[in-house]
Ligand binder design. Sequence first.
Ligand SMILES: Nc1ncnc2c1ncn2[C@@H]1O[C@H](COP(=O)(O)OP(=O)(O)O)[C@@H](O)[C@H]1O
Ligand SMILES: [Mg+2]
Length: 274
Amino acid sequence: MTLCRGHQSGLVNADDSASQATASRHNPGSADMQAAGHARHSLIYRVSGLSKTYGEGRSVVHALRGVDLDIPQGEIVVLLGPSGSGKSTLLNIIGGLDRPSQGSVHFHDRNLSDMTDAQLTRYRREHIGFVFQFYNLMPSLTARENVELVTEIARDPMDPDEALAMVGLEARVDHFPSQLSGGEQQRVAIARAVAKQPAVLFCDEPTGALDSKTGRAVLQVLQEVNESLGTTVLIVTHAASQAAMADRVIHFSDGGVREIILNADRSSPDQIEW
Ligand SMILES: Nc1ncnc2c1ncn2[C@@H]1O[C@H](COP(=O)(O)OP(=O)(O)O)[C@@H](O)[C@H]1O
Ligand SMILES: [Mg+2]
């Protein structure tokens, strides 16, 4: 893994988000744009001054404290930080599941804060796939039926069997979740998220409940989705080793971005130490 360090070669400090935005917007030939191993695209997200507090008065929790972040389209981004640092809160706001207390999230040129609840629901349905730590499959439905739940309401869905074949489960389409291993259930969840052909896949601790071999296989599937469909993949994790598979690693702590590291040469998940 090759890391680009220093601002000129790609490292962006949390305090330096204005220059980060400038580099991405005005200087497409910069190291920032070239660092990842494949063609650079335009920004899919611009996060500005994002704050989130829960509760009030003496019990107030500052989950996010002014986050500025640009996410280019087509990358694998790993959001790395300790438990309680605000990773899920950030993911849920960018994914349109929650709203910020302050600041804005632009998806291309649309400000999520300006959307009504109905528009936010449509944004999630049309553009976002979610993968969570505990799969969230319907136990009474087969793998194919779980995927069909999504494809039936999607605008331009894949065939459910094709989505399940993509994650290597073509022989398991008629199995119920209880007949599948944890890793297989997570792959069904990925197939379900991918089948609507979202622009972005948000994965919150997707390997958190899996052993190393199964976890690597799940990360491999996420990489394949990124490579074959061009889906932007954002993985939240507290496991530092997973940073190696990312184009961009966002180090997060105490509700803020500490450091952004670009991998010029991202690794395959099967090379990851667990
Ligand atoms: N719904 C909520 N109500 C109150 N506090 C919350 C809520 N959700 C998260 N928090 C708090 O916000 C902080 C960040 O949480 P979270 O985003 O889940 O962190 P992470 O995903 O990095 O573990 C934590 O202190 C957590 O307890
Ligand atoms: Mg979390």
